[in-house]
Design a protein around this ligand. Sequence first.
Ligand code: GCB
Length: 649
Amino acid sequence: MAGMRRFCSTRRLFSAPSLHLYAALLLAPLFTAAPGLRAQSPAASPMPIEQPTVLVSATQRHATSLNGPWHFIPDPYRNGWGGWPDEPSAPSPNGFVADKHFDPRGPVQEYNWPDEPELAVPGDWNSQRAELLYYEGLVWYQRNFTYHPAAGMRSFLHFGAASYRANVTVNGKNVCEHQGAFTSFDCDATAALKDGDNSIVVAVDNVRKRERVPTTKTDWWNYGGLTGEVSIVEVPAAGFIDEDRLWLERGAGDHVSGRAHVEGVATGTPVHLRLPELHVDVNAKTDAQGIAHFSFEPKGLERWSPEHARLYRVEWQVGSDQLADTIGFRTVEVRGGEILLNGKPIYLKGVNMHAEAPRSYAAYPESKSGRAWSEADARLTLGYARALGCNFVRMAHYPYPDAFLREADRAGLLVWSEIPVYWSIDWTSPEALASAKSQLHEQILRDGNRASIALWSMSNETPPSPDRTEFIHKLIDQARAEDPTRLITSAMVTPFHKDAEGNSTATLDDPLVPYLDVLGYNEYIGWYTGKSDDAPSYRWSDPSGKPVIVSEFGAGAKTGMHGDVRDRFTEEFQAHLFEKQFEMIDKMPFVRGTTPWVLMDFRSPTRLLPGIQDGYNRKGLVSLSGEHKAAFEVVRRQYAKTPAQMTAH
Ligand code: GCB
């Protein structure tokens, strides 16, 4: 089991140094810490602030939901930190974390949690309140809840996502800080929680900074807030599984490998694994790192694929800890210029998407626009992709909510999953690198069991430079070490030039190419460059021989705007552009997939054309109210073709 050996203990080996590095980098200016030691909290904060962990299958565990209305205070002047004149490194007990009620005869107090207005959690703040639409900065969230911790259990606060930095305080005690807007995290709040009434305060700050990932400029809305679900997950203090992963080995036969990491147990603790439908019932013991390794060959395994999205129930048990999930088994690999799913070539009929919730309309009254998070959002948007004839989606440009990956598993959609290394990151900043690595790590940990995920994408449209290539190369090394079962890609900028005869030519030779398994190339012929009608005459070459996905192409169109194919923003312009694009792509022998930009319109602060864009990127095939634009049918027709018809050059 070479794969298994390579796999073993990546979490422990990786997470220990990297998260310490990350913590040290982030907290270094704030705390004084000896190198290699966990940073010490300042005197004002009584408890050390832990870096959160990732409980891999947190959403599959019994949990107490903290979703619902939370009080909030927007705090652009950062009063709530409680520091004067300097902001302390973590919320001070003198600030808004104190759940004190205003008393007219008491000391001066200039906030009062019970009277503060409310926001729904999960949900970004921008789309819930008109006055917060453009707000970027610090917002304090607070709610009270009754909780009865069970004896012998540890209680983790699970956050689906908090954009961008979250400082979590329970009953006035700082319990964790997390950075990264999209990935899930879990904070051990056992020591801070009380039996009975509790108060939680979370400071969420989405200020854009040069050294953050993404950085200061994106073509999507910088939604802030507690954008994912919040809950309390209880696990046995005597030992619990914080990481479980199963995968089908590449190659002939149905060889399944797996591992579970158990926190807090002695070497040799037995871990029990069952897959009832496959009659698998096996045991393994934890090693010195707390990892139990598994390896078995189930009889009659049905492989997961877009045509047959077979998922199996998987049950883990260690002592009193039990964990169940549903997992599909399949292999993805590259052979020469082919992408293979379960050993057979596949053409990826895809579409790009954003994690944007549609606007409320008759078929989907419960929806509000903003950052998507729910199973219903996932079902609806991935349903559009299925209706288009897709077997693949590119979840641009950041890790998506767990609900989306689980729905992709059920719907039989292969997934390209990406981290927000987007456009011009600060390539020489250690903080940016630590953040990108941490987001990649958290994404691979949480989503490693999703059969749908075929590709990890390291970046989107990064201008080539030695620093850029070195930065992304480090991420690629990490992704391969943490997950050797998937393919590595990046969406790159297509370098067009004129050849000696004056023909528009693209040679796919970005310096990242040698490190990737599959090449993604974005191009906007007919929109940002050249004319749609000329696309079929463009000349393309792929000197690497690696499979290529045309990872972006498209045009803006406002639903209901009609005109000539030369009139921008009409449905006709957009439909015509896609016709010409597919005419070109069908002649490119190395293309193994396409993802038009983009499934649905989405909010973007850079799209200002009055009466047409009004703050939305209009390149969707579907409007935010669910209407299909004319181009939807063009893509659907293309995807109704057989792969042979698509590649009959
Ligand atoms: C791109 C970006 C994508 C943008 C899109 C556009 O190249 O990768 O994030 O939204 O173009 O609409 O311009």
